[in-house]
Design a protein. Sequence first.
Lengths: 144, 177
Amino acid sequence: MEQLTNILSEVFDAKLSSDFVKRAVYYPSMDFVEYVASDTVCVSDRIDEFLTIIRDASQENVIGFKLKGFRYIFETQLKTLPEINDADFLPMVNAIEAILTTIGNVLLECHAPESEKRRKGYEQAKELAMRDNVKLDDFQKIAA
Amino acid sequence: MDWTLAFTNISAPSPCNKSENCTLTVDKELVALTAEMGMNNKIFEMFYNVVGHPPPVNNIGYHEKGELKDFPDHWAGLRRAHALFKGIKRPRNYNGHAEKVHIYVMKPQHIYKYVAHMACSAKRIEAPAKAVFLVYAEFEIENCTHGTILNWEWVPADAEQPDLPDNHAERYDERIW
């Protein structure tokens, strides 16, 4: 991997970690927070405009999630939460619950198959966020 | 190989005219974050499925040595895009730039998977079944001659149109070609 590592450094000023890092990361270019539990081939399954569930190549096992339009979520739902003030990290469970607060009535009242998929998607994301204690560091700079 | 040139002049069909080419650059911050996280498989996707070059690791081709007629394969990356959509239906960057995002659609036969192997760390395997590969790009000027790649990923394929992303009508504003 030495040649590839050097190319990443020279072209992108990027440093390839020798180990996979398991944490939530904010990607500014497309404004989303993503968490993936393992370094493998992923298939991203859109649940709705806010949530994507990430599965392995077989598309059977949930291995991550993506919260999209994260600045919008942060500005409208998260930054006024008391537990966020002066916090060093943002638990992703809080972010998922904030989205559910926004769309919750739609999920509760509608029993169409699409709503079942949405409900299940949010359950899976929340379960993974809790199981892996997924947190976003340096979240304050999202609003900057 | 001039890798700086390779990543700043990625050839792709132009949004304005599919039979003409445009050039794309990969967003540096995206690559830096992906590398920092040690996401080798996503890095391999960038080299092979986006740019069209097998990952530059030692002994590349080692695992495929029984398939010489097919290796090295000249997949051609983004130049093989067969569909293009524009505008993703979600809030982005909090001020509605989602309509500027273009989504290239491809269906590569292979991917390179990271393997912890002493001889070679990249092994070519079949692409995920019932999935298509998307590359997201943004063009700043109307003539679409140059743009920036913002992300890439595999998504489930549409059941009725397996060369397109699932629910593409609900996901994107319009199909360009």
